[in-house]
Every structure is written in structure tokens, then in C-alpha cells.
Design a protein around this ligand. Structure first.
Ligand code: PEP
Ligand code: MG
Length: 407
């Protein structure tokens, strides 16, 4: 779509956190998902106006509306150019606290956008895309070539590779050959599938260990629910390492092993996971799905998606606190991390490492540059505990208010 000049797309199904939507966001392609009957209501050749931010489709826009949106487009372009001026500014709050901004990538091409945004490195590389649009699974060498290419272009910047998270909403020809589950979101996905299927996992681990000899690499495990999954993965990593060394292959030495906090159980037991892992990364897309019991690709329950639900925020806070107590870094790589409306709240909860789509990064930096940390902690805590809707809105407004004058 990007190379064919597609201006935007509309789908009849899917939610805002489905991978189609995430990918569209990271490619900067306007998209609106879950528009029921779109194919019945729209005809070939129709002039269609799309407002991706508002989720609005106008199938027969009035001239005045078109003029209004053209103006909006110009304003938006100007704002983007303004943001570009922040590229080289260090991301720090007014009191000088450094905030680490990393990029989420889906393929090697995304490194260009990462450079444009001047991210510190890759905080999340979703490797599933290597497995898509094909019948087989990628061989070790293919993984190795792709990872090596990314490592070369990162020039020493950290590179966090998430091991493959197949299953649930990320189906491929390979998974479709496997068991047909009634409830794939609660089924064999992420690390569960990898540990069950060494033929899937081992080539990727071998390639990561080999690529890590060429630059700094971290490994991130998706969909953890049991500490034992970490123990098993470590054992497998040691086994793979020894086999590679015996074959005379070069392997990376200092590889950090991290885990995604995506399941409420994992957040509640985050202190136990922190004992076994080198870092934690909060995947809010799934954490919200599993906490609020809403299928992230089901547009019928999409209205219940709420990153500000107190239960979600408590789990985020528990994870950040557990990391701090155990001196294990905690980052966030779900879509929430790149949403300007939530950045100060997350800073107030103690988050210092963010990973987001590159094209959200400069806007996030702008928010950070205007943030005074003092008072944020108290405000964020009171936001979580407040149950009255109006008072909650007022607290959030205060958190997001323009920078208070220095005092
Ligand atoms: C998440 O769940 O927040 C996440 C980053 O992983 P994905 O969106 O790929 O499931
Ligand atoms: Mg996830």
C-alpha cells in the first residue's frame, strides 16, 4: 500500500488494536477499522473522505467539508514540521530527568523512520511479520540475515527482538495448519506455542544468538504467564548456545532476557518475574484485552477498550513498582506508551522507558519536554483511586495541563 500510493483504507471488521490497525499507524497510512457494511455502502469510484483520528467516513463529502479537511491537512503537516525541530533535543523533563524513547518496528524498513525520529534504539521488534504471507516458516539463515541487517543499520543502538508471537490475532499459514482452537486469544500463542514447538523456536533463537555477536541484542518473550516459561526458555537458550559453540559459530555474550507483561497474572506476580528476568516490558494492548475481557479484534466490544480503567492502571503501577524494587528496568511497548494523552500519567506512575511507533515519538518528546515531574506522582495516584467520573476528568486535565510556570 505504501509503495502504491494508497491514501488510506477502511475495513469492515477489526478493532483499533488489531495488527492491521497497528501496522497502518506505524506506516502512517490513515485507516478506519470496524466499519460495518462499508462494502455495501461504498461504490467503486466514490469520492471518500476519511478522518482517521475521529474514525469518520464521509462517503459524499460536501465541497465545504473538503475545503475544511484540506486546511486541516495543511495544519497537520505544519505541526509535523514543527515537531521535526525536536529531533535532536534530549528527551527530558523540565527538572532534567531523562526519559528513554525507543521505537517499535515491524520490519527492517522501519529503521528509516526510527532514524528520522532519533529513537534510542528498538524497544520492540515484532518478528511475526517474517512469518506472514508464506506457507513455510523462515529458516535460521533468513532470520539471521534480517537481524544482521537491522543491527548494521542501528550502529550499536540497542535492539530488542521479541521472539515470535504467533497465534490468537496473529495467524499465518503455519498456525492454520495446527490445532483449530475455539478461543485462540486464550490458547497457544506467543511463548506457549514456541515452547511446545521447538522446530519453530530453535531456528529463531539460534539466529538471535548468532546475530548478537554483531551488536547489542535483547530478547523479549511474549505472552508469559508462568515463571517456569522463563526457566524453560533460559534452559533452551543455553542448549542452543552450546550447540552453536560446538559448531564453531560466533555467538553474542551479553544478551539480556526480558519478558512482556501482557496477562494480569504476570503483572500481579511481576516481582517474581523480575527475579528471573533482566527487564520487563508492559504490553498494554494485550494487558487491556485480558484485564477487561475484551477481544482486541472484536469491534463489537471495542467500546469497552479503556487504558484508563483503574484495574489496568493498578496493574501497570504494580509492574513498575515491582521492577523498581528488584532494580529491573521496566518499559512499556503497547500502543498506550505512544499516546500523548497518557504519557504524563505514566510518568507519574514512575515509567521512564517508552517504546512506540516512530511516528509518535516526537509528539511524545514534546509532551515530556513540557512536563514537570513534581506533583505528578500524587496526581497520578489519585487519578487511579478516584471513582467519580467528573473528578477523574478534572484530575486528568490537571495532569495534562500546559506546563505550570517554574517555581
Ligand atoms: C502488546 O500486547 O501491547 C504488544 C506490544 O504486543 P502486540 O501488540 O504485538 O500483541
Ligand atoms: Mg501483545
Amino acid at each position: 500500500m505504501q509503495t502504491q500510493g494508497v491514501a488510506g483504507f477502511i475495513t469492515e471488521s477489526g478493532g483499533q488494536l488489531s495488527h492491521t490497525a497497528i501496522l497502518a499507524r506505524s506506516l502512517g497510512i490513515p485507516a478506519i477499522v470496524g466499519v460495518h457494511s462499508a462494502r455495501r455502502l461504498l461504490r467503486d469510484g466514490d469520492m471518500v473522505l476519511m478522518d482517521g483520528s475521529a474514525g469518520l467516513v464521509d462517503a459524499d463529502p460536501h465541497e465545504k467539508t473538503i475545503a475544511l479537511y484540506r486546511k486541516r491537512q495543511r495544519v497537520q503537516k505544519r505541526a509535523t514540521r514543527e515537531l521535526e525541530k525536536l529531533r535532536d533535543a534530549p528527551a527530558e523533563t523540565t527538572c532534567g530527568t531523562a526519559i528513554n524513547l525507543f521505537a517499535n518496528i515491524e520490519n527492517d524498513d522501519d529503521i528509516k523512520a526510527l532514524r528520522r525520529a532519533n529513537a534510542l534504539g528498538v524497544g520492540l521488534y515484532r518478528t511475526e511479520f517474517l512469518y506472514m504471507n508464506r506457507d513455510d516458516i523462515p529458516a535460521e539463515e533468513e532470520h539471521f540475515q534480517v537481524y544482521s541487517k537491522i543491527i548494521r543499520s542501528l550502529k550499536g543502538a540497542p535492539f530488542t527482538i521479541r521472539t515470535v508471537d504467533l497465534g490468537a490475532d496473529k495467524q499465518t499459514a503455519h498456525t492454520e495448519k495446527g490445532p483449530q482452537e475455539r478461543n485462540p486469544a486464550l490458547g497457544l500463542r506467543g511463548i506457549r506455542r514456541c515452547l511446545k514447538e521447538p522446530a519453530l523456536f530453535e531456528p529463531q533463537l539460534r539466529a538471535i544468538l548468532r546475530a548478537a555477536a554483531r551488536g547489542p541484542v535483547n530478547i523479549l518473550l511474549p505472552m508469559l504467564t508462568n515463571v517456569d516459561e522463563v526457566v524453560q526458555t533460559r534452559a533452551l537458550l543455553n542448549q542452543v548456545r552450546e550447540a552453536l559453540i560446538a559448531e564453531g559459530k560466533k555467538v553474542g555474550e551479553d544478551i539480556k532476557l526480558g519478558g512482556m507483561i501482557e496477562v494480569p497474572a504476570t503483572a500481579i506476580a511481576a516481582d517474581q518475574f523480575a527475579k528471573e528476568l533482566d527487564f520487563l516490558s508492559i504490553g498494554t494492548n494485550d494487558l487491556i484485552q485480558y484485564t477487561l475481557a475484551i477481544d482486541r479484534i472484536d469491534d463489537y466490544v471495542n467500546y469497552l477498550y479503556d487504558p484508563l480503567h483503574p484495574a489496568v492502571l493498578r496493574l501497570i503501577k504494580m509492574t513498575i513498582d515491582a521492577g523498581r524494587k528488584r532494580r529491573v528496568p521496566v518499559s512499556m511497548c503497547g500502543e498506550m506508551a505512544g499516546d500523548e494523552r497518557f504519557i504524563r500519567l505514566l510518568l507519574g506512575l514512575g515509567l521512564r522507558d517508552f517504546s512506540m511507533p516512530s511516528n509518535s515519538l516526537l509528539a511524545a518528546k514534546k509532551v515530556i519536554l513540557g512536563t514537570k515531574l513534581r506533583d505528578l506522582r500524587k496526581l497520578s495516584d489519585s487519578f487511579i483511586e478516584e471513582t467519580n467520573r467528573e473528578r477523574r476528568d478534572a484530575i486528568l486535565q490537571k495532569i495534562n495541563a500546559e506546563l505550570a510556570p517554574e517555581d
